[in-house]
Design a binder for this molecule. Sequence first.
Ligand SMILES: [Zn+2]
Length: 168
Amino acid sequence: MASFDIPGSPSASFDKAAIVAYINSLPPQRKWWEGGKKFAFNFGWKEIYAYDGWTCIYCGKDLIEHEDIVATSTEEHLVPQSLFITSAEANTENNVVACCAGCNGLKGPAVPPPSDPAWNSRKEYIAGAREYIIKRRVDRITQYAQYVAVSKIKRLFPSPTNRLLDYV
Ligand SMILES: [Zn+2]
């Protein structure tokens, strides 16, 4: 499976320059993210959302279950906009997807390393990004779990004299 990471971060084995060089070295037929209609001219966010069934491409959340969910969702770039020279190159039908706010924040600017199989196809890339997001989500839920538990206890027993909290 792909090992998505943020270029230049301490855990990453590659930096932004290496990814940009890799992308630029690929022949046009390998650049799946350049395919489809150009977003800025004849393709808008409503078409993107309709194409993805108004669900998050990564977690499958129903984006029209509530107005707030779609209002805080974003058009997500599979290959980050920051790797392109102009935003027009990044805004294509194949590269822009519907995404919930949570998944967008968790993915951030992460990409697969140069030559990773995830670059081979849009489908493999999405699968790799989904795996990265799920791992980050689980890490954060685990990290916050004890604070959530303590906060719930404090709500149940708001008195400052509650000695139960001395044990957590
Ligand atoms: Zn999501």
